[in-house]
Design a protein around this ligand. Structure first.
Ligand SMILES: Nc1nc2c([nH]c(=O)n2[C@@H]2O[C@H](COP(=O)(O)OP(=O)(O)OP(=O)(O)O)[C@@H](O)[C@H]2O)c(=O)[nH]1
Length: 161
C-alpha cells in the first residue's frame, strides 16, 4: 500500500503524538534519504546517533530539508555533513509518509550510485554495507518498507507476503 499524508504508516501507534497541537494541522516534515548502492547490490545503512529520537536504530542516511532546498540539495548536504561523502546524481525513487510519535514525516528516497570520498561517521554513528536479508537490528520503522521495495526489485518474494 502507498502511504500518503492521509494514510501514513503508523509507527508506535500506542504512544502519544508529541507534536500534535490542539486544533492545528500537523506539520508534514520533508526528509531526503539516500540509498547508496554498490555495483554488487550492497547498500549502506547507518545507525541513528545518540541524542536523536530512535537512537541506535538502523536507517538509510539522510535528513530534513532546510528552507528553500530541493530533495537532491538536502541529500547532498546531509550526506556530506553526516557521512563525509560527496554524492553524484540523486535519482528520485520512492516516497512514503510515516506517522511517528515525534513527527509526521514525508520520506523522499533517492538511489545514489556515485559518490566520492571516504566514509566518515561525523555524528558517532555506525555504518554497515548490507544486502538482503539485513543482518543489523533494530531497523527504523520507516526503513522497513524500503527493504521490501528492494526485495521486490530483485524479484524475490516480498517480506510479509
Ligand atoms: N535519515 C533518515 N531518516 C528517516 C529514515 N526513515 C525514517 O522514518 N526517518 C525519519 O525521518 C526523520 C529524519 O530526521 P533526522 O533526525 O534524521 O534528520 P536531521 O539530521 O535533519 O535532524 P536534526 O538536524 O533535527 O537532528 C526522523 O524523524 C526519522 O525518524 C531513514 O531511512 N533515514
Amino acid at each position: 500500500m502507498k502511504h500518503t499524508a492521509e494514510r501514513p504508516l503508523v509507527a508506535d501507534g500506542d504512544r502519544p503524538r508529541a507534536d500534535v497541537a490542539k486544533g492545528a494541522p500537523r506539520k508534514l516534515v520533508q526528509v531526503a534519504v539516500g540509498v547508496l548502492l554498490q555495483p554488487d547490490g550492497h547498500f549502506l545503512l547507518t545507525s541513528r546517533p545518540e541524542g536523536k529520537v530512535y537512537a541506535g536504530y538502523w536507517e538509510f542516511p539522510g535528513g530534513k530539508l532546510e528552507e528553500g532546498e530541493s530533495v537532491e540539495e538536502a541529500l547532498r548536504r546531509e550526506l556530506y555533513e553526516e557521512i563525509g561523502v560527496t554524492i553524484g546524481a540523486a535519482h528520485p525513487w520512492r516516497d512514503t509518509v510515516v506517522d511517528y510519535p515525534h513527527a509526521l514525516v514525508q520520506l523522499h528516497f533517492c538511489k545514489v550510485t556515485e559518490w566520492a570520498g571516504e566514509l566518515h561517521m561525523h555524528e558517532g554513528q555506525q555504518f554497515s554495507w548490507q544486502q538482503l536479508p539485513v543482518q543489523v537490528e533494530p531497523v527504523l520503522p520507516g526503513t522497513v518498507p524500503v527493504l521490501e521495495w528492494l526485495e521486490q526489485e530483485r524479484g524475490g518474494v516480498p517480506l510479509g507476503g
